[in-house]
Design a protein around this ligand. Structure first.
Ligand code: MOS
Length: 752
C-alpha cells in the first residue's frame, strides 16, 4: 500500500460465531498493530518529507515585539522559520470556520497577541527533526508583557454564562428550591472542585501535510476526518474538495482529537511555503496547552431531603475555567437535571476566562466532573439522613427524565444497583465511618451511579460486492483504539451472514462516505447504523439483481423469497435453488454491485431521553499512619443496550474505569499562578496510574433491550466507564477514614 491509497482491512479467518453481533471478535487490526505495521499519522513517509517544530509562547499575556530568526535560519538544514512577522495571511485573520467540535479558535500567526503560556507563536521547518528542534531553540523572542489573569477567585467576579451547555440551556430551574430548602429535614451545602487535566493519549497529536498543486492531503491523528477537512478548507480559503484527510489509526484521543488545533493548519501553511511535505508532531510537553484540556471546575451544591429520605431540593452551580479566546464550558450540572427524582432543581453554568489554553471535550465532559460532585453530595446527605447510600439512591430513583420532560428509552439502573451490590458484597458494609480496620489499614466501601447519554448522528456508508465474493464496506469514521475496525466488520458480517474474513472494511479517510465525529460515545450507534443499513440494502439489491437476471437460477423468484446465507443467495423455501455471490458478481459491473446510504436517527429519537446507566462499587484501603490510598477492588454493573463486541466493549468500559481511578487519585495539571505555565507538563510528574495501581475490576453487563435507540440497540460505551468512579472512590475514602475530601485528586497529604 502506498501512502495515498485508502487502507483496507480484513479480519483473519475466525469461527462464524465470532462475527455475530455480541461475539468476541478479536481486533481485525490486531495483527498489524502487534507487528508494527499499523501506520499512524506520523508513520507515513513521503518523498521530500520535512520536519516541523512548534514554538510556544513563554509568557501568558502580552504582545510579540520581535522575533530574531537569524541564528535559526542560519542553522544547517533549517528551511523555514514561520512567525507572525512573515506568515501568509489567511482569510478572516485565520478565524474562518470556527464551529466546534472540529473548528476551534486557533493561533495561526495572524496577529501579535499572546493569550496564554504555551500558545503557538512560530513553526520551524527543517530537513531533519533535530535541525527543526535546534532551530526552534535558537529563536530570540521579545515580548511586551501584560499582567495575565490567572486568579480564578478574582476572575469569578466577571464570570459569564456560556451560550449553551452541550446543546442545552446553560441554566435550568424547576419547582422552588428556596422554599423546599427552608423546609427540609436534611440539608447539605458543599463545594467540590475538580482539577485542570490534560489529555495524554499514547500517540500525541501529529499531522503530515502535503500539497499537490492546490490539492492538500493531511495525514492527521483525528477523531473527525470530515470535520478537519471542512475547517481546514475554510481556514485556508480552499474549496472542501481540495482537502483530503487520512487517519486510519489513532493512538488514543479522548476528545482532544475531536478538534483541529493550530498545529494542523500551521503544518499545511508551512508545507505550502516550503513546497514540500511537512510532518509536525506535537511533543509530549506540548500536549499541556495548545491542544485542549479538561478545565478546573468549582461546583457548589445545595442538596436537601425530607424525613423519609426523598430529595426535595437540588442546586448545582458550576464555575469552570475557560481561555480568554474561546468560551468552552465543562457542563458538569447537566447530570443533576435528571439523575434523581427531585421536584425542585436549579442548575447554572458560568465561565471564568483566564489566560490559559482553550479547554475542550475530555472523556465524558460534564458527566465525569459533575458525577464526582453529585455522587459525593448524595453520599454526604445519605449519611446525614441515616440512610445507606445505596438505599438513598434507590429511594430517589427516577423513572422519568424530569429535566427534558421525556420518558427513558430504557433504563435498567435498579438492576445495576442490585447486581453490582450483590457481586460486591455491599450488604457487608458497616455503616459507621472509620470503623472497619485490618491491622494498619482502614477499609472503606463506596458506591456511585454512572451515566452517559446515548447519542447518535447521521452517517453515510457504501457497500460493494467484489468479484471474489468479498464485500467492501466504506465509511469515513475512525478507530481511536476503541475497536471500530472490528465492530463495523462484525456489523457487516452479521447483516450479510458472511464470515468476518469476507468483509473488506475501509475507514479513516475523507475519500470515504461522510461520518460524524467519533466522540460522545456515538460511533457504534452512528457509523454502525449506517453500515447496518447499507448491508441490508446491499442484500435486497443483490436479490433484486438475481431475480431480474435471466442467467440466474433465481430468475423470476419474488425477491422477498430470497435470502442470503453463507455467501449464497437462495430461495427461502427451496435452499438448493440459488447461486453464490461470486457467480452473481461475475455477470455484473462494479457499479451495479454497489449501494450507498445515509442513515439518520428515526422519529423516535426526539421522544425519549436516552442514557446508559451503571453502578460502581469500590473498596479502598487507607494506611492509617501514612494516608496512602490503595483501591484493591472495583465492581461495576452497566446497562448499555446491546453490547456489540464482548471483548472490545469490555476493554472500553475497563479503560473508562481506570481513567476514573486516575481522576480520583492521580491526575492534576499544576499551573504556576504567577506565570500560567504548567509545572508538570510531562508524564514523569503528571501522574497516571500504572498496572500496580489498578485492582481487579469485575464488570457486569446487565442485559437490556432498547427498542428506540437504533437498529443495533446499542447505547454507547466509550464514556460511561469514567463516570461515577471518582465519586465512588471519594465516598469509600470517607467511609474508610471519616474524612470527606471534596477536591480532586485525593492525595495522601489530604488525609494526614
Ligand atoms: Mo469524547 S470526550 O466525546 O472523545
Amino acid at each position: 500500500m502506498d501512502a495515498t491509497s485508502t487502507l483496507t482491512l480484513t479480519s483473519p479467518a475466525v469461527g462464524a460465531e465470532d462475527g455475530k453481533l455480541g461475539g468476541a471478535l478479536s481486533r481485525v487490526d490486531g495483527p498489524l498493530k502487534v507487528c508494527g505495521q499499523a501506520r499512524y499519522a506520523a508513520d507515513f513517509h513521503l518523498p521530500g518529507l520535512t520536519h516541523a517544530t512548534l514554538v510556544q509562547s513563554r509568557v501568558a499575556a502580552g504582545r510579540l515585539r520581535a522575533i530574531d530568526t537569524k541564528s535559526a535560519e542560519a542553522h544547517p538544514g533549517v528551511l523555514l522559520v514561520m512567525t507572525f512577522f512573515n506568515a501568509p495571511r489567511l482569510p478572516e485573520g485565520g478565524q474562518a470556520g470556527i464551529k466546534p467540535p472540529a473548528g476551534r479558535t486557533l493561533s495561526l500567526l495572524q496577529d501579535d497577541r499572546v493569550h496564554y503560556d504555551g500558545q503557538p507563536i512560530a513553526v520551524v521547518v527543517a530537513e531533519t527533526l533535530e535541525a527543526s528542534r535546534q532551530g526552534a531553540r535558537l529563536l530570540q523572542v521579545e515580548y511586551d508583557q501584560e499582567p495575565p489573569q490567572l486568579d480564578f477567585e478574582a476572575a469569578k467576579a466577571q464570570a459569564h454564562p456560556p451560550k449553551e451547555a452541550q446543546g442545552q440551556e446553560p441554566d435550568s430551574r424547576r419547582g422552588d428550591v428556596e422554599a423546599a430548602w427552608s423546609q427540609a429535614a436534611h440539608r447539605l451545602e458543599a463545594t467540590y472542585t475538580t482539577p485542570l487535566e490534560h489529555h495524554n493519549p499514547l500517540e500525541t497529536h501529529a499531522t503530515l501535510a502535503a500539497w499537490d498543486g492546490d490539492q492538500l492531503t493531511l495525514w492527521d491523528s483525528t477523531q473527525y476526518v470530515h470535520g478537519v477537512k471542512q475547517t481546514l478548507s475554510q481556514r485556508l480559503g480552499l474549496q472542501a474538495e481540495q482537502v483530503r484527510v487520512v487517519s486510519p489509526f489513532v493512538g488514543g484521543a479522548f476528545g482532544s482529537k475531536g478538534s483541529a488545533w493550530s498545529h494542523v493548519v500551521l503544518a499545511a501553511m508551512a508545507a505550502r511555503e516550503v513546497k514540500r511535505p511537512v510532518r509536525l508532531v506535537v511533543e509530549r510537553t506540548q500536549m499541556f496547552g495548545p491542544v485542549g484540556n479538561r478545565p478546573f471546575t468549582q461546583q457548589q451544591f445545595r442538596l436537601a431531603a425530607d424525613g423519609g429520605g426523598q430529595l426535595t431540593a437540588l442546586e448545582h452551580r458550576v464555575h469552570a475555567e475557560t481561555s480568554r479566546i474561546e468560551d468552552w464550558i465543562e457542563p458538569s450540572a447537566l447530570i443533576s437535571r435528571f439523575l434523581y427524582a427531585c421536584d425542585n432543581v436549579a442548575t447554572t453554568h458560568r465561565l471564568v476566562p483566564l489566560n490559559v489554553g482553550v479547554p475542550t471535550f475530555q472523556r465524558a465532559p460534564g458527566e465525569a466532573t459533575g458525577s464526582f460532585a453529585l455522587e459525593s453530595a448524595m453520599d454526604e446527605l445519605a449519611h446525614q439522613a441515616g440512610l445507606d447510600p445505596l438505599e438513598f439512591r434507590r429511594r430517589n430513583h427516577s423513572d422519568f427524565d424530569a429535566g427534558q420532560q421525556l420518558p427513558y428509552s430504557s433504563k435498567s439502573l435498579l438492576a445495576c444497583y442490585d447486581q453490582g451490590a450483590q457481586a460486591f458484597g455491599w450488604s457487608q458494609r458497616n455503616p459507621k465511618p472509620r470503623a472497619t480496620r485490618r491491622g494498619d489499614v482502614l477499609v472503606g466501601y463506596g458506591m456511585a451511579t454512572a451515566t452517559y447519554p446515548a447519542k447518535r448522528l447521521a452517517s453515510e456508508a457504501r457497500a460493494t460486492l467484489l468479484p471474489d465474493g468479498h464485500v467492501r464496506v466504506q465509511c469515513g469514521t475512525h478507530d481511536l483504539g476503541t475497536g471500530t475496525w472490528t465492530l463495523l466488520t462484525q456489523v457487516a458480517a452479521d447483516r450479510l451472514d458472511l464470515p468476518p474474513a469476507r468483509i473488506a472494511l475501509e475507514i479513516g479517510d475523507t475519500a470515504l462516505p461522510m461520518a460524524p465525529v467519533s466522540g460522545g460515545s456515538m460511533t457504534a450507534a452512528s457509523a454502525g447504523a449506517a453500515v447496518h443499513a447499507v448491508c441490508e440494502l446491499l442484500r435486497t439489491h443483490l436479490a433484486e439483481l438475481a431475480v431480474t437476471d435471466e442467467a440466474s437460477p433465481l430468475h423470476g423468484v419474488p425477491h422477498e423469497l430470497i435470502e442470503l446465507r453463507e455467501g449464497r443467495l437462495r430461495k427461502t423455501d427451496e435452499p438448493g435453488r440459488g447461486e453464490t455471490l461470486e457467480s452473481l458478481a461475475a455477470r455484473h459491473a462494479d457499479i451495479d454491485l454497489q449501494v450507498n446510504v445515509r442513515a439518520t436517527p428515526g422519529p423516535d429519537a426526539e421522544k425519549y431521553s436516552k442514557h446508559s446507566f451503571g453502578a460502581v462499587f469500590v473498596e479502598v484501603h487507607v494506611d492509617a499512619d501514612l494516608g496512602e490510598i490503595r483501591v484493591p477492588r472495583i465492581v461495576a454493573a452497566y446497562s448499555v443496550g446491546n453490547l456489540l463486541n464482548a471483548k472490545t466493549g469490555r476493554s472500553q468500559l475497563l479503560g473508562g474505569i481506570v481513567w476514573g481511578l486516575s481522576m480520583a487519585l492521580h491526575e492534576h495539571s499544576l499551573r504556576d499562578p504567577r506565570y500560567g505555565r504548567i509545572a508538570n507538563a510531562n508524564l514523569g510528574e503528571y501522574h497516571i496510574p500504572v498496572n500496580a495501581d489498578i485492582p481487579d475490576i469485575e464488570l457486569i453487563i446487565v442485559p437490556e433491550d432498547d427498542p428506540h435507540i437504533g437498529p443495533l440497540g446499542a447505547k454507547g460505551i466509550g464514556e460511561i466507564g469514567i463516570t461515577g468512579v471518582a465519586g465512588a472512590i471519594a465516598n469509600a475514602v470517607w467511609h474508610a477514614t471519616g474524612r470527606r475530601i471534596r477536591d480532586l485528586p485525593i492525595s495522601l497529604d489530604s488525609l494526614l
